[in-house]
Write a protein that binds this ligand. Structure first.
Ligand code: CO
Length: 290
């Protein structure tokens, strides 16, 4: 079968929402128009020069059944969690947090910054891993390989592989691609994405042409672009550069029961999560020693 270019099947305008203790976000997955893109459950873009939009942060809160991926473009967030991790995520760093059966964490922006720009993605876990041990991959900016092609296309490889360069995030069930790509004016980017995997781009700077030849869509930032199935994606930049995240992953095709920071398969499991929180049995026993 011939290799097929993925077409654009949906373009989503982010919605402004308030989250955490009062953080203003642009949300494009987990809204009334797009509940999820299996296995992706939520996608938030935070970006502001006004501390009032972010300084209240995300005080201590639980997660169960998912992974949360935080990627900072600019600024710094202090974090700590119930399995003993603490530190800061700053410009260019990634935190890939697997909540498994239970983690409590907080993410608080540092005061006194010029600008905060970053993203949070939620990746679903399959039923058999929803109650697994929490796990945490802290990737610093200097550990993220940068592929610069002859035509000037620049690719930060966080997860997945491009031009034989593999990203540092490993052993993730969704077999994800997570890349930050800049295509200069007049350039073109082409990337294989496994057939059957869900794929989207999130455009956050400039403008580009997304999708197949002859059926391309001009997309201006900020927009989430959902690709249909196929073997690879292409993005062209014409009269200005375009910068976007390319994200893909293997769909789970399992029932989704979600309630705030918990995403399980059934309502009974959600009730159990709430009960565990009430009873103080939510986080894993190892954490109680810390
Ligand atoms: Co969280």
């Amino acid at each position: 079968m011939n290799k097929q270019l993925r077409t654009v099947i949906n373009v989503v305008e982010p919605q402004t929402v308030m989250e955490g203790a009062g953080v203003r976000l642009k949300r494009s997955i987990a809204t009334a128009t797009l509940d999820n893109l299996d296995p992706f459950l939520l996608f938030d873009h935070f970006g502001s020069k006004d501390p009032a939009d972010y300084i209240k942060g995300f005080p201590m809160h639980p997660h169960r059944g998912i992974e949360t991926v935080t990627y900072m473009i600019q600024g710094a967030v202090n974090h700590k969690d119930s399995i003993g991790n603490a530190g800061s995520i700053s410009s260019g760093d990634v935190q890939w947090m697997t909540s498994g059966g239970g983690i409590m964490h907080e993410e608080m922006p540092q005061p006194g910054q010029d600008e905060m720009i970053g993203f949070q993605l939620w990746v679903n876990l399959p039923a058999r891993l929803k109650m697994s041990q929490p796990r945490y991959q802290d990737i610093f900016a200097d550990q993220i390989p940068i592929v610069t092609r002859a035509d000037g296309v620049k690719i930060l490889v966080i997860a997945g592989e491009v031009d034989d360069v593999r990203g540092p995030v490993t052993e993730i069930e969704a077999d994800p691609i997570y890349m930050d790509i800049t295509v200069p004016q007049g350039g073109e980017f082409k990337q294989p994405v496994a057939r059957g995997h869900t794929a989207f781009a999130y455009v956050f700077e400039g403008q580009g042409l997304f999708g197949s030849n002859g059926n391309e869509k001009a997309i201006n930032h900020p927009r989430l672009v959902e690709f249909g199935d196929g073997d690879y994606v292409t993005v062209k930049a014409t009269d200005q550069h375009v910068r976007f995240l390319l994200v893909s992953g293997k769909p789970l095709n399992e029932p989704i029961a979600r309630y705030g920071p918990f995403v399980m398969n059934t309502q009974e499991e959600i009730q159990q999560a709430l009960e565990d929180l009430r009873n103080g049995t939510f986080v894993f026993s190892e954490a109680e020693n810390k």
